[in-house]
Design a protein around this ligand. Structure first.
Ligand SMILES: Cc1cc2nc3c(=O)[nH]c(=O)nc-3n(C[C@H](O)[C@H](O)[C@H](O)COP(=O)(O)OP(=O)(O)OC[C@H]3O[C@@H](n4cnc5c(N)ncnc54)[C@H](O)[C@@H]3O)c2cc1C
Ligand code: SF4
Length: 337
């Protein structure tokens, strides 16, 4: 049995108390929300904080406010279950509801939060293993070792951003609020990430993610498609988040595409998506966009399924996502597959 290392658990009741504790305890402390990512990682000794600042007792992190007309504010501590079943999110930000509903299992979605999902640790076949397993292969540079076992000549880690909601929030143009004792700042979700499997977030260790801010829905329509080995529960091997604005005649006036689980950060393919602008997309155009978008994905041999398969399936998933989105809003398009 894998056991947790010893730690002190602090239970603030407000954001002010929580950021004070993070500042006071310094680098030895980490926040914990649902714990569905952090506790297993602690059992595998990938993280060994001596202090955990628990966020579950902070009511202000669990609110969903606002409206699709004005934009919505989702507390970082809102559970994935609450998000997936929220009627306004389902109707106006449907890709987000789909992504939240696709994470893991019902039990873990009841505990896991949106904030914790966005800040999920990057994943790799050589890293998401027990301490014993990692010790037996001499560890890797993400934790306790010196080299990357996927790309031994590389000076960086290529672990993958695997959070289902991350590509969706990028495509929706969402922002996040970060609070510390030093003050408060808001940044676009895309700016929360960096292309670095070891240090994937731009958030400082004393900063708490308090809210995710969705812009007004404003006729945007969105969809999320997820490829995984087991349909019942699994991390994504590929996530496609597409968002479009269409006129009543089906002409695309705005388009965003983001790919998840293909790099250490959610990869935007907006140049490819821009080919849709001012067109009523037909099959040929969607195929061309899908092929161009898929070129942004450069899978390495550190996730489930083969690289070849993952490469081949990417344009197919992009095409399916766009087709679904356009058909839902405009009616049938003649596709052969
Ligand atoms: C079997 C299994 C299957 C899973 N499948 C999936 C899947 O398919 N897709 C997927 O995306 N995830 C999956 N997960 C991972 C996890 O369950 C989810 O990502 C979940 O949303 C994490 O949220 P949490 O609240 O439990 O995060 P926690 O474990 O509490 O925290 C995760 C990280 O975020 C930090 N953190 C949390 N909240 C804040 C905050 N407000 N401010 C600052 N830092 C914070 C923590 O310090 C930690 O580093 C799976 C996990 C397991 C065990
Ligand atoms: S990509 Fe390389 S360094 Fe990063 S976790 Fe995998 S093996 Fe380790």
């Amino acid at each position: 049995m894998l056991r947790l290392p010893p730690f002190r658990y602090l239970a603030p009741r407000t954001v002010v108390q929580a950021v004070h504790l993070l500042a006071q305890e310094g680098e030895q402390a980490m926040p914990v929300a649902g714990g569905t990512d952090l506790y297993p990682n602690m059992k595998r000794r990938q993280f060994t904080p001596s202090v955990l600042v628990g966020l579950r007792g902070i009511p202000e992190l669990k609110r969903i406010d606002g409206s699709p007309e004005q934009g919505m504010c989702i507390g970082a501590g809102v559970t994935l279950s609450a998000l997936a079943s929220h009627s306004l999110i389902q109707r106006h930000y449907s890709a987000l509801a789909t992504a939240a509903a696709s994470v893991s299992t019902p039990q873990l979605r009841n505990m896991g939060t949106l904030g914790g999902n966005l800040l999920l640790d990057t994943r790799c076949n050589y890293y998401n293993q027990t301490e014993f397993w990692r010790h037996s292969i001499g560890y890797c540079m993400k934790k306790d070792g010196d080299i990357c076992l996927v790309a031994p000549g590389s000076s960086r880690c290529w672990a993958i951003s695997s959070a289902d909601t991350a590509p969706v929030l990028v495509s929706l143009g969402a922002r996040v609020r970060l609070v510390s004792e030093r003050g408060e700042r808001e940044i676009a979700v895309r700016e929360l990430f960096r292309d670095d499997g070891m240090h994937p977030y731009t958030k400082a260790s004393d900063e708490l993610l308090t809210a995710i801010l969705l812009p007004p829905a404003d006729d945007w329509r969105s969809v999320y498609l997820k490829l995984r080995r087991r349909g019942s529960f699994d991390f994504p091997i590929l996530g496609v988040a597409a968002a479009l604005r269409l006129t009543a005649e089906g002409i695309v006036t705005d388009a965003r595409l983001t790919l998840g689980a293909v790099a250490s950060y959610p990869v935007e393919a907006n140049e490819a998506a821009s080919k849709l602008l001012h067109h009523t997309p037909d099959r040929e155009l969607i195929d061309a966009v899908a092929v161009a978008a898929a070129k942004r994905a450069k899978p390495l041999d550190n996730a489930d399924l083969t690289i070849n398969y993952r490469k081949q399936v990417t344009p197919i998933y992009v095409r399916r996502a766009l087709k679904q989105l356009i058909e839902e809003n405009k009616g049938e398009i003649a596709f052969t597959s």
